[in-house]
Design a protein around this ligand. Structure first.
Ligand SMILES: C[S@@+](CC[C@H](N)C(=O)[O-])C[C@H]1O[C@@H](n2cnc3c(N)ncnc32)[C@H](O)[C@@H]1O
Length: 202
């Protein structure tokens, strides 16, 4: 699913159009918390365009943890083009199963990631533990219609013999996991496609 072709598409899209409106919404939440001088950890950050934007707004460093290597070359090219490659670190792994993979960061981002991962409690517990100041995530709507669409997507993947599956996770469960990690949910946006949850550590 997340092939080199997909990665090239994402990088070229960022080159021509910049961040999309859902990404900007996450950025604006983080701006309200404070970006200047902060360290950023993005889980499942793809080619890293969100991190580059946060760095250009004054973040100190950005670390990307991904499951797949297909983004690495386009991500390196993008970071080089923006002159920010010295501040970006990329790791391959899964924080949900390797808790010591990465150090805690001030700001933690998961954009369009929880819907690609089955164990949302494991993933968000790990992400919450790694959050020093604020965490922001996006997820698809949890309506009956949206869950039906996920079923159709998965059926299509199965028919095509692909391993990829999408997952619908209950937003109440996700926010409960963040609270268990000592975070306070301070922001929610119920968008048409991407719902955003922002949480802060007091
Ligand atoms: C739909 S893509 C989104 C990529 C990027 N955030 C974006 O919005 O363009 C989901 C990404 O999450 C990554 N992912 C899913 N679960 C993950 C995990 N536990 N740790 C790291 N990356 C993960 C996948 O490899 C995939 O690249």
């Amino acid at each position: 699913m997340f092939t080199r072709r997909f990665a090239d598409y994402r990088a070229n899209r960022y080159r021509s159009k910049g961040l999309d409106s859902s990404q900007l919404h996450l950025v604006h939440f983080l701006e309200s918390v404070g970006i200047e001088g902060r360290t950023v950890l993005e889980i499942g950050g793809g080619v890293g365009e969100l991190q580059l934007d946060l760095l250009s707004r004054g973040a100190a460093t950005a670390t990307n943890v991904e499951l797949v290597r297909s983004y690495d070359a386009p991500a390196a090219a993008l970071a080089e083009e923006t002159g920010l490659s010295q501040q970006v670190h990329r790791l391959i792994g899964d924080v949900a199963v390797e808790p010591d993979l990465v150090a805690p960061a001030d700001l933690v981002v998961l954009h369009r990631v929880v819907c690609c991962y089955p164990d949302v409690e494991g993933l968000l517990s790990a992400a919450g533990r790694l959050t020093r100041r604020a965490l922001v995530l996006s997820h698809p709507p949890y309506s009956v219609a949206a869950r039906g669409a996920t079923g159709l997507i998965n059926l299509g993947q199965r028919v095509m013999g692909r391993q990829y599956r999408a997952f619908d996770h209950d937003p109440e469960l996700m926010t409960a996991v963040l609270r268990e990690q000592g975070l306070t949910v301070s922001h929610r946006r119920r968008g048409l496609v991407w719902q955003v949850v922002g949480a802060v550590r007091a």
